[in-house]
Design a protein around this ligand. Structure first.
Ligand code: PHE
Ligand code: ZN
Length: 877
């Protein structure tokens, strides 16, 4: 076992390895409890390393059987080995072969890192440091090797044997019932991209012909019996491959591309070279079992992992501090893909919602860290919204700053120059600086400085002079380890809107400051823009398209916001104006003030006009800001119950006021056509569900009736679950009946059952805590399945603000107890669950005290994993 606190790893301490491993030849005999791993490594001294240094290989819970150098077994004085490492003190030749035999027990591997079993099959997860749980290795991303993998297993146990690269040979081992397969991956790669799969799987496959005419077999493999649900993933894969060819000029580079879906997986999916392994949540879909959101998630994650082939695999990271180099860039690429496949504005709104709920929350609390961290104890804890989502925002800002043409040239240069290397953020930015002729030195600050910048805007109209002076200023609050902040380079896309909704001309005293696309770059603490030639007072529309990941504070009044809500030509800001108006209503309700209803009127008008032209967008407009959004807006002394009640009151009032519109919409949006998960139908169902939700808030009786009818009549999961989500909020027989019906219908489908667990965990009622204790005893509940843990405990802690933050502290205790119980089994999932406490410091004093006590209890527990110990420690700092 590793000890409590792992040592700190620092970016500034980076140095190249003393050895390189050019080739790796693996021979792996799969066995449920004793898998033998025979590794043949060709090593040579790294010219960039230290002379005469010993060879130090990492291991994790390994059992060593034998070790030989150039074919000669090593004697006890020639090496030191324990489960955590293998050291050859030397002297060592400049070049040699090292043969290592280890044995591992995949059945006992509950951490789901390294080689493990899921659904009776064998699979691996090696990122970030899982390969060292298979064999001793230089387990870091800057060691690139060519792998050949021979797998052997009983044919009955594992008829399918997959590894990275191309299949070069397969056959039976006569008289043994065993067979083998040899895979060769010609592309040098770091160990974290190694993968193997062995087992009984159902396959859907097709041929893909690349732009240059090469044939590739693309295949999706799923657990036996789930084949009918694999088609959409394969379709999304084909579309992703085509998109990367047309958008970035990137072709696939092996003869096969395999996707394997497993039911036990710590994260979403993994981009192993030529052999992506997925959480089956991001592969399996049918109209009866998956929602439109599930389909969209599959499309995004399939694309994300595929896009890693170039951004992550061909060009990988020098060290784990550069994680955003592959993750931020690849999220940007998958967001662009989905935007092109669906509605760009709706995708942008959805992405910003995620950014704000996840990343802004993380960035305002004790777990805040730069997109490129400078230190870590446990790298598993840095697969965060900051690295992924804010990392993607930085790439998007880069594109707005230098323009799409220079951006594409920079990407081409990056692919040409860094292909086959383990790169850094400096390498990446260098390509764009060169392609655009711009100095990106100041911009690079986005990778270094944590925290969400606050941009404040105020304006002054001078009717006599026809000018409007807009003053913008920026400040970033302190974050752990960074008490003072420097100004950032913030691209602000803006426009001016007249009272009747017309776009006003943009002319400034200094023409250069705002370009033709409305881009202004705020790169100092304050700036003033003087717009000229105005004949009326303009309403500024700032941060269009959410052009930078900042908090915007502006002094627009309600009338200004109504103008933007009605007329802004930028759909993001149109949506944002509605959200801001709704936020004001909720904040007013919290103060006990009477609510202003012009938003209701505007919304009613919108529902009768524009809404039907773009239902997906309208659904986003109808969804009120979340409780977390309101909490972030308030910022301190948070009482989640007060927020919940105020939001509910506003929702009820709007639901009642808009009832006729909502009823009409809900009826009109029903469709008798066969289910299709395309953008248009998805949008229609999203609006129908949003209308039902608001309607039910306004009139529980009418809502329950409509929801019950929708639940009973639905021929697809989106509408069935949408109805159930409304019903669970209304206590009574209809709810109990619907939950029971749902469980009976889907009892043998784990992914659908997860929805059932999650919905109940999210009920904002006192009784939910006991319900969860009961559900944890349900025969279908298991602490061995990460999806199930996330469905029950994750949904409770992350989405049920009033009950997790119960004033009596029992919500915190439940999660603390669960984290502790889970830690010994699966530290990565336990640590992730503990991050639910990340905003504890902004709670009101009673809850804050209870949350702190629960966190301290976790932190004080003996024998914690490095994962949980790191999160608990930083949360309390
Ligand atoms: N690299 C994976 C991705 O595509 C995420 C992941 C990280 C999966 C660590 C497993 C373990 O984002
Ligand atoms: Zn990724």
């Amino acid at each position: 076992m590793r000890t409590d606190t792992a040592p700190v790893v620092r970016l500034e301490d980076y140095r190249p390895t003393d050895f390189l491993i050019d080739t790796v030849v693996l021979d792996i005999a799969l066995d449920a409890t004793a898998t033998r791993v025979h590794a043949d490594l060709s090593l040579r001294r790294n010219p960039a390393g230290r002379e005469d240094a010993p060879l130090v290989l990492q291991g994790d819970e390994l059992v060593l059987l034998s070790v030989a150098r150039d074919g000669v077994p090593l004697t006890a004085d020639q090496y030191q080995a324990d489960p955590q490492g293998l050291i050859l003190p030397g002297p060592l030749p400049d070049q040699f072969r090292l043969t290592i035999e280890t044995v591992v027990n995949p059945t006992a591997n509950t951490k789901l890192m390294g080689l493990y079993r899921s659904g009776g099959n064998y699979c691996t997860q090696c990122e970030a440091e899982g390969f060292r749980r298979i064999t001793y290795f230089l387990d870091r991303p800057d060691v690139l090797s060519v792998y050949t993998t021979r797998l052997e297993a009983a044919r009955a146990d594992a008829p399918l044997l997959l590894a990275n690269g191309n299949l070069v040979e397969r056959g039976d081992i006569p008289g043994t019932g065993r067979h083998y397969a040899v895979w060769h991956d010609p592309h040098p790669k770091p160990a974290y991209l190694f993968a193997l799969v062995g087992g009984t799987l159902d396959t859907v496959a097709e041929e893909f012909v690349t732009a240059s005419g090469r044939k590739v077999e693309i295949a999706v493999h799923v657990e036996a019996g789930k084949r009918e649900r694999a088609a959409y993933a394969l379709d999304a894969l084909r579309r992703s491959m085509r998109w990367d060819e047309t958008t970035f000029g990137r072709e696939y580079d092996l003869d096969v591309f395999n996707v394997v879906a497993v039911s036990d997986f710590n994260m979403g999916a993994m981009e192993n070279k030529g052999l992506n392994i997925f959480n089956d949540k991001y592969v399996l879909a049918s109209s009866d079992t998956a929602t439109d959101a599930d389909y969209a998630g599959i499309e995004t994650v399939i694309a994300h992992e595929y896009f890693h082939n170039w951004t992550g695999n061909r060009i990988t990271c020098r060290d784990w501090f550069q994680l955003c180099l592959k993750e931020g860039l690849t999220v940007f690429r998958d967001q662009e893909f989905s935007a092109d496949e669906r509605s760009r504005p709706v995708k942008r709104i959805a992405d910003v919602r995620t950014l704000r709920t996840q990343q802004f929350a993380e960035d305002s609390g004790p777990l805040s860290h730069p997109v490129r961290p400078r230190t870590y104890r446990e790298i598993n804890n840095f697969y965060t919204a900051t690295v992924y989502e804010k990392g993607a925002e930085i790439v998007r800002m880069l594109r707005s700053l230098i323009g799409p043409a220079a951006f594409r040239r920079g990407m081409d240069l990056y692919f040409a120059r860094c292909d086959g290397t383990a790169a850094t953020i400096e390498d990446f930015l260098g390509c764009f600086a060169e392609a655009s002729g711009r100095d990106l030195g100041h911009f690079a600050q986005w990778y270094e400085q944590a925290g969400t910048p606050v941009v404040t805007a105020s304006g002054q109209y001078d009717a006599a002079a026809g000018t409007y002076r807009l003053t913008l200023s920026q400040a970033t609050p302190p974050t752990p380890g960074q008490p003072t902040k420097a100004p950032m380079v913030i691209p602000i896309v803006l426009g001016l809107v007249g009272a009747s909704g017309d776009a006003l001309p943009i002319a400034t005293t200094n023409e250069a400051t705002v370009d033709a696309d409305g881009l202004f770059v705020l790169d100092s603490a304050n700036a003033t823009i003087t717009f000229t030639g105005l004949t009326e007072r303009p309403v500024p529309s700032l941060l269009r398209g959410f052009s930078a990941p900042v908090r915007l504070e502006s002094e627009l009044n309600d009338d200004d916001l109504i103008v933007l809500f009605r007329h802004d030509s930028d759909p993001f800001n149109q949506w944002q104006a509605g959200q801001t108006l709704a936020t004001r209503l909720i904040l007013a309700a919290m103060r006990g003030e009477t609510v202003n209803t012009r938003f209701g009127e505007a919304l009613g008008h919108f529902l009768d006009s524009d809404a039907r032209n773009d239902p997906a967008f309208a659904a986003q407009v109808l969804a009120l800001p979340s409780e977390a959004d309101i909490a972030r807006d308030i910022g301190r002394d948070i009482n989640p119950t007060a927020i919940h009640n105020a939001r509910l009151a506003v929702k009820r009032a709007l639901g009642a006021e808009l009832a006729p519109h909502l009823n009409a919409l809900h009826g009109a949006l029903q469709s008798s056509e066969a289910y299709r998960p395309d953008a248009a139908n998805t949008g229609r169902r999203a609006l129908r569900n949003a209308a039902l939700d608001l309607l039910a808030a306004g009139d529980a009786t009418e809502g329950a009736a409509r929801a019950t009818a929708q639940f009973d009549e639905a021929d697809n999961m989106t509408e069935r679950l949408g109805a159930l989500a409304v019903l669970v909020l209304i206590p009574g027989a209809a709810r109990d009946h619907a939950l029971a019906t749902f469980a009976a219908r889907y009892g043998d489908n784990p992914l659908v059952l997860d929805k059932w667990f999650a919905l109940q965990a999210g009920i904002p009622e006192e009784g939910t805590l006991d319900r969860i204790t009961e559900l944890a005893r349900h025969p279908a509940f298991s602490m061995g399945n990460p999806n199930r843990i996330r469905a029950l405990f994750g949904s409770f802690a992350m989405t049920n603000a009033t009950q997790f933050n119960r004033e009596d502290g029992r919500g915190y205790d439940l999660i603390a107890d669960t984290v502790l119980a889970l830690d010994a089994r699966n530290p990565q999932v336990a640590a992730r669950l503990l991050t639910a406490f990340r905003t504890w410091r902004v709670l009101e004093p009673i809850r804050r005290g209870k949350a702190e006590a629960a966190l301290r209890r976790v932190a004080a527990t003996q024998g914690l994993s490095p994962d949980v110990s790191d999160i608990a420690g930083r949360s309390l700092e």
